[in-house]
Design a binder for this molecule. Structure first.
Ligand SMILES: [Zn+2]
Length: 142
């Protein structure tokens, strides 16, 4: 992680494929060949049955809003410059829940269960899009 930033991923050999896909605007999840259940965040073992027969799969990018909280204070750089923002947990169409951020929507307009679509935030210095966030379906580019 670059010095003094807390918004960027630490990419290792296992997660590199996930972040490379994100840079191409694709959200990857993991699905178990043993029990068939998908999970997120990516793990090398299935968190449901502990099988290591787990494959990468491209998610549809569709999700619904499960819960959220508007963050008004975060002293870790660079979040202090972003407040307020909406931290959220969404339910991916494939099943897993994912911690993320809702963008381009006033918190007062958010509703449990509303349809969302994935988008990707630029990384450091305006570089590759890296960080998956979600916006309300039907807004922005899909
Ligand atoms: Zn499993």
């Amino acid at each position: 992680m670059p010095e003094g930033r807390f918004d960027l991923p630490e990419i290792d050999a296992f997660t590199r494929r996930y972040w490379d896909a994100a840079a191409e605007g694709r959200l990857l999840i993991r699905r178990c060949r043993g029990c068939g259940v998908a999970h997120h965040y990516p793990r090398e073992f299935c968190p449901h049955c502990w099988s290591d027969a787990v494959d990468w799969e491209e998610a549809s990018g569709r999700a619904t809003l499960y819960t959220w909280s508007v963050v008004h204070r975060n002293d870790l750089p660079p979040f202090a410059d972003r407040v307020p923002y909406t931290a959220a947990v969404v339910t991916l169409a494939e099943g897993p829940r994912m911690m993320t951020e809702i963008v381009d929507c006033a918190a007062s307009d958010l509703r449990v269960g509303m349809e969302l679509r994935v988008a990707f935030r630029a990384g450091a210095d305006g570089g590759a899009r890296l960080i998956p966030v979600f916006r309300v379906a039907g807004t922005g580019v899909e």
